[in-house]
Design a protein around this ligand. Structure first.
Ligand code: FAD
Ligand code: SIN
Length: 536
């Protein structure tokens, strides 16, 4: 198969890019691969909303920039921050033009929410299902675009570079090029070679590396692992954001239901089991301090009391307003026996967002030619050491747009013209056999998630990181053996990718001899004078 523009991922980043290139280049073919259904993405679960400067009386670009820099704790790329804040509002207008709805007040003005770390009300939202609404608008527009093909249930295994033509490719190879991908077609069960002029990775986050996460099962860090294998650059993987308030359900592991920070923005108060509003002891901004501070405070309260969760108290809030703004949360809470007007909501932190990822420049270009990255899988420098709430949907749209602007400058055939495309080999599956025990993959996955949660969570130490690395080494060895000898499946590929992502998180954490933003190591409690990104 051959295509002009290849997009891996059908979340906000992939869809935004695909729509723009397809409209601009109607004679070119745009192909989107997604590993399950087209709407199963992190984007679909985004609740709080999308940040932007709308209230020109009280808010300003400067304030949004300042809040983003403060949250990023000294590690943001200021150029990236300025780009996202200043260009973001136009991207949101484009989405509104596509039909995306955001809540408005009686006066017809957009209602603005507030979340942790924001000094102003600036978050556009559609009830508590903002991501779903944004994705709906994009998918509808894409369905009407004749030169886009969305191919679901296709698992991209690896990107193709000159390594596949028999050339030695190392981290120091200056011009690594991407020619497309190998993809496991889950309908045919065959691995196909797909050649492309331009490839965009929009593969999302990696929350599934942890035992409890707000991310759906697709969030396994595949794009990051693929780029690392292809010898591209990966950055700042130690900065994993734990959302302070995922719904705690006894015995439930895996994807946890999110209680959006907007609930605290509307007045929700965190309490410990003594009923104390404990955030007052931790930060002057109390419940609306940036996420790293709130998550660490909850972790500390849970460790001190031995409880498995704290409480989010919404009983004093207007219930009519709660129901209007948070109908989905209201419904979910009722389904687990929590009536928010009478009961407090049990909440605990859960892995939520990867601030680092595939190193990408201001045009979303990666270190590999013809390969772009946008959305959660990319590290653009916007988030630094900690992401400001509701900045990621914005970032995804801005950098998908920039990837579009930059990539249409190149003739899409370019990636293949210099090379004889017939020389790129088909996938070789000889010597592999059907897996005898799929359960081995499940067991290794559980081990991985447990070790990452126990040793590489909110609070880290050198000893814990070293323990994690030793266990990862063993899992890596066993999984590579399985990979070499077994017919591949998405489960096996995802396990392999998640072990790589786990390794990248631990290695980056070990390199950072300080505590900054989301990375807190009790052996290095202070900040280093040397402010640097960790690039692997
Ligand atoms: P995703 O939307 O995750 O899409 C990834 C796509 O890649 C999927 O289609 C997947 O199938 C595909 N894919 C991955 N690997 C492969 C592969 N190997 N082969 C083929 N396809 C593959 N951010 C905000 O700004 N505001 C919010 O209110 C907000 N709330 C959130 C609430 C929750 C519960 C969660 C989980 C996240 C939230 N975020 C929020 C973060 C934000 O939703 C994500 O960062 C953003 O949606 C990521 O978009 P994306 O396009 O990069 O990736
Ligand atoms: C939330 O709604 O609390 C999540 C917002 C975000 O992750 O940006």
């Amino acid at each position: 198969m051959q295509t002009d523009f290849l997009v891996i991922g059908s979340g906000i980043a992939g869809l935004t890019y695909a729509l723009k290139v397809a409209r601009e280049c109607p004679d070119k073919k745009v192909t989107i691969f997604t590993k399950t259904t087209s709407d199963e993405t992190n984007t679909k679960y985004a609740q709080g909303g999308v940040a932007g400067v709308w209230d020109n009386e009280n808010d300003s670009f400067e304030k949004h920039i300042e809040d983003t820099l403060i949250a990023g704790d000294g590690l943001c790329n200021e150029q990236a921050v300025e780009i996202v804040v200043k260009e973001g509002v136009d991207r949101i207008w484009e989405l509104i033009d596509l039909g995306a709805r955001f809540d408005k007040g009686q006066d017809g003005d957009y209602l603005l929410g507030r979340e942790g770390g924001h000094s102003e009300y600036r978050i556009l939202h559609y009830k508590d299902v903002t991501g779903r609404e944004m994705e709906r608008a994009l998918l509808n527009a894409i369905a009407l675009q004749p030169n886009i093909e969305v191919i679901t249930h296709c698992f991209v295994v690896d990107i193709i570079t000159q390594h596949h033509l028999g050339y030695l490719v190392t981290k120091s190879t200056p011009d690594i090029e991407c020619f497309g991908v190998y993809v496991l077609n889950l309908h045919t069960k065959k691995i196909e070679k797909v050649l492309a002029g331009i490839t965009l990775l929009a593969t999302g986050g990696n929350g599934q590396v942890y035992r409890t996460t707000t991310n759906p099962v697709i969030a396994t860090g595949d794009g990051v692992a693929m780029v690392y294998r292809a010898k591209g650059r990966i950055e700042n993987m130690e900065f994993i954001q734990f959302h302070p308030t995922a719904l705690y359900e006894h015995g439930v592991k895996g994807q946890a239901f999110l209680i959006t920070e907007a609930v605290r923005g509307d007045g929700g108060i965190l309490r410990n089991s003594d009923g104390e509003a404990f955030m007052e002891r931790y930060d002057v901004r109390k419940d609306l301090a940036p996420r790293d501070i709130v998550a660490r405070a909850i972790d500390s309260e849970m460790k001190r009391t031995g409880d498995e969760h704290v409480w989010l108290d919404c009983r004093h809030m207007s219930q009519e307003r709660f129901l209007q703004h948070f109908p989905n949360i209201h419904q979910k809470c009722l389904s687990v026996g929590v009536d928010v007007s009478k009961n407090m909501i049990p909440v605990a932190p859960a892995a939520h967002y990867s601030c680092g990822g595939i190193k990408a420049d201001e045009w979303a270009r990666t270190s590999i030619r013809h390969l772009y990255a946008a959305g959660e899988c990319a590290s653009t420098g916007l988030h630094g050491a900690n992401r400001l709430a509701s900045n990621s949907l914005l970032e995804a749209m801005v950098f998908a747009h920039r990837a579009f602007i930059d990539s249409i400058k190149e003739t899409p055939a370019h990636a293949l013209s210099k090379w004889n495309k017939n020389c790129i080999p088909d996938w070789r599956a000889e010597g592999t056999t059907a897996p005898k025990e799929m359960i081995l993959i499940t067991q290794s996955l559980k081990e991985l998630q447990l070790l990452m949660s126990d040793y590489v969570g909110i609070v880290r130490t050198n000893t814990r990181l070293a323990r994690a690395m030793r266990r990862l080494d063993l899992l890596h060895e066993e999984t590579e053996n399985l990979y070499k000898t077994t017919e591949i499946s998405p489960q096996l590929c995802q396990l392999r990718n998640m072990i790589t992502v786990g390794y990248l998180i631990v290695k980056s954490a070990q390199f950072r001899h300080e505590s900054r933003g989301l990375h807190f190591n009790t052996d290095y409690p202070g900040k280093s004078e040397l402010v640097q990104n960790i690039v692997l």
